[in-house]
Design a protein around this ligand. Structure first.
Ligand code: MG
Length: 264
């Protein structure tokens, strides 16, 4: 009998607990709905109930360079750039509206640092003989926040490892397709980048993501960046804040032009 009573009491307690939990759950749901749909009635009865007008959407004038873009290189000088190594003046060549890697001068970085953005950049592989192959051919790179490389390479009829060719997240994710222009022709990258978020104890709360459109063709579709794009070894995940756009000196005379960025 005591066991039976205990069972009834447990059952009643459980019902009460479930009832309270249900009330709390429904309350939380209502609160969430109220927060997520601040401007919208929970039970709409006509079309206007699900429309909101304020604040109005910011107007951006489209064009070759959108009106809210930060121009990082307009073909004239490297005033917005510096040596990635020591912050000294960027020492790449500027001529004919483009900047070109000068082998041995090192990577260059924007002076300004960024978090989330849309980046437009155009690049051109140098004319190199057929004897130059694989990773030695037109190699450079565009680094998000100075540490996550989207590979730049002459991948036109130039086999190399899948995750090391143009449009790859270097040593991590190959491009979906190879959209590289012929050697000497210009390529465009439109890159949408979301920076990683770190926990207070140094873990990764949300990783970085990147979408890359190469010559108008999607080659990375909201790809998770696993960490730093190391030449040797596994990706690392150091805690960091905003970082520069960096361009790689890999010893090949790769050129860049028309570089602009929209913060998001
Ligand atoms: Mg590279």
């Amino acid at each position: 009998m005591p066991v039976f009573l205990c069972s009834i009491q447990s059952s009643n307690t459980m019902k009460k607990t479930l009832f309270i939990a249900s009330i709390l759950f429904l309350g939380a749901c209502s609160l969430t709905l109220a927060q997520d749909h601040r401007h919208v009635k929970v039970n709409p009865t006509n079309p206007n109930d699900t429309e909101y007008w304020e604040p109005s959407i910011t107007v951006v004038t489209p064009g070759a360079i959108p009106s809210d873009a930060i121009v990082l290189f307009d073909g004239k000088n490297l005033d917005n750039w510096e040596s990635a190594k020591d912050g000294s003046p960027a020492a790449w060549k500027v001529a004919d509206g483009k900047m070109t890697v000068v082998g041995g001068k090192g990577n260059i970085s924007t002076k300004e640092k960024f978090t989330n953005y849309q980046l437009h950049i155009e690049w051109q592989s140098p004319i190199e003989p057929e004897t130059v192959k694989s990773q030695g051919k037109g190699n450079s790179g565009v680094f998000m926040q100075g540490m996550y490389e989207v590979q730049v390479m002459n991948s036109y009829q130039n086999p190399t490892y899948r995750n090391g060719q143009a449009g790859a997240i270097y040593k991590q994710t190959p491009p979906l397709v190879n959209a590289t222009s012929k050697m000497g022709d210009w390529n465009t990258y439109d890159i949408i980048y979301t920076a990683p978020v770190f926990t207070t104890n140094g873990g990764v709360e949300t990783p970085a993501y990147v979408t890359v459109i190469h010559n108008g063709i999607v080659v990375q579709n909201h790809t998770k960046i696993q960490g730093t794009t190391e030449y040797i070894g596994q990706p690392l995940n150091p805690v960091h804040g905003p970082g520069p756009i960096s361009l790689q000196d890999h010893g090949n005379a790769v050129s860049f032009r028309n570089i602009w960025l929209r913060k998001m």
